[in-house]
Design a binder for this molecule. Structure first.
Ligand SMILES: *Cc1c(COP(=O)(O)O)cnc(C)c1O
Length: 377
């Protein structure tokens, strides 16, 4: 029995190990020089002015919300119905209220038409998620939010390495803040880790302070002040060093992911009556975090069967994601099923196949074979 192929997996090479070893043997294993080096490298890669690395992507989203004093108790903030729960949980930490927006049925990104209907002067911010690595329609979204004087928080936990209209995701051209995750299944990894990027200097200073207990330190002095209620959301130097090494391989990782997507798309063409395949878009380049297919035709309601068939044959398929407001936590808050029909229809039909840069050709071939077998039986 060949081994299990997960839906995502890290890629670690001898350079990564060398970078980590170097820090382990140095004087600082946390709060040393690699934090700044990694932050500078992220700025250089994305062209953002400022970056703050943190303990994970969820912490990054939390700090982004905290640092913007417009998000308070009962503030209304728009979030897409399909994402990982951390996207909207960050609002609950602040007692703010998520307003769920339906998703586009092709891209699964926030639907611009639905957003237009939901936006009004009471909305404080819009959180956009670049689903599966594909950037949202930021030009259109930006034009809308500007009219109502609100801002974009970009949850780019899937999309480090993606490009929108010639700019790298993270440039903060349209968003006030952009958040990355470095969990092992994401574009690059630091074990656990995340980053918050912005071009706003004041926001940057606040995020930096909030990462470290809300402390303001005076240069060359023992004296410091706690000015806000912050957290310990720091990243270690061990992680930052790994991140720095990984970042050098990011473009290579994305190219390999794209290569695998093209192989899958070519092979699965023959299944076009049963599955909708992911598409390429002219003005955006996905980082291909996930390879998601949507079942259709006579297999539309067969997701459970297909999921089990693949899992039983060692293919680590996934479902990304259950509509956020379907979770009991959100149901108890009063959100009703049926709220976002496109999101709910998508959820019933979606299936994620394995995709990661360290996939071997033999593993790709096995996924293709087993996935084609499903529709024969
Ligand atoms: C992974 C992820 C997060 C959370 O990142 P962690 O580093 O796991 O805390 C948030 N939002 C989305 C869309 C994600 O995929």
């Amino acid at each position: 029995m060949p081994s299990f192929i997960p839906y995502g997996h890290q890629y670690i090479d001898s350079q990564d190990i060398k970078y980590v070893n170097k820090v382990l043997k140095s004087d600082f294993i946390t709060q040393g020089p690699y934090i700044k080096k990694f932050e500078d490298a992220l700025c250089e890669y994305t062209q953002a002015k400022y970056a703050v690395v943190v303990s994970n992507g969820t912490a990054g989203l939390h700090l982004a919300c905290m640092a913007m004093d417009i998000i308070k108790k009962n503030s209304l903030v728009i979030v897409p119905a399909i994402s990982f729960v951390a996207t909207s949980n960050c609002l609950l930490y602040k007692d703010a209220k998520p307003v769920f927006c339906d998703v586009d049925k092709d891209t699964v990104n926030i639907s611009v038409e639905c957003l237009k209907k939901l936006l009004n002067s009471k909305i404080k911010a819009v959180i956009c998620v670049d689903f599966a690595g594909l950037p949202c329609d930021y030009e259109k979204i930006y034009a809308l939010v500007k009219k109502t004087n609100t801002v974009i928080i970009q949850d780019a936990c899937h999309s480090l390495g993606a490009v929108y209209k010639g700019s790298k995701v993270g440039s903060c051209k349209y968003s006030l803040v952009t958040v990355f995750s470095f969990h092992p299944v994401k574009s690059i990894t630091t074990g656990e880790g995340g980053a918050v990027l912005t071009n706003d200097r004041i926001l940057y200073k606040r995020i930096q302070m909030l990462r470290n207990h809300g402390m303001y330190k005076y240069r060359n002095s023992w004296y410091y002040q706690v000015r806000m209620l912050g957290f310990n959301y720091r990243m270690t130097d061990i992680q930052a060093s790994l991140g720095l090494s990984q970042l050098q391989k990011l473009d290579k990782f994305v190219r390999r992911r794209e290569e695998i997507v093209k192989i899958y798309n070519e092979e699965f063409k023959e299944l076009k009556d049963y599955v909708e395949l992911p598409r390429f878009y002219k003005d955006k380049k996905s980082s291909w975090h996930l390879y998601v297919v949507k079942l259709k035709g006579k297999f539309k309601n067969k997701r459970r069967h297909i999921f089990n068939f693949l899992r039983n044959r060692g293919i680590g398929v996934g479902v990304h994601y259950i509509p956020i407001y379907w979770h009991p936590l959100y149901q108890r808050m009063g959100y009703k099923k049926g709220l976002c029909p496109q999101a709910e229809d998508y959820y019933r039909r979606c299936l994620t196949l394995p995709l990661y840069p360290s996939m071997k050709d033999s593993q790709i071939r096995r996924v293709i074979k087993v996935f084609k077998d499903v529709f024969q039986k």
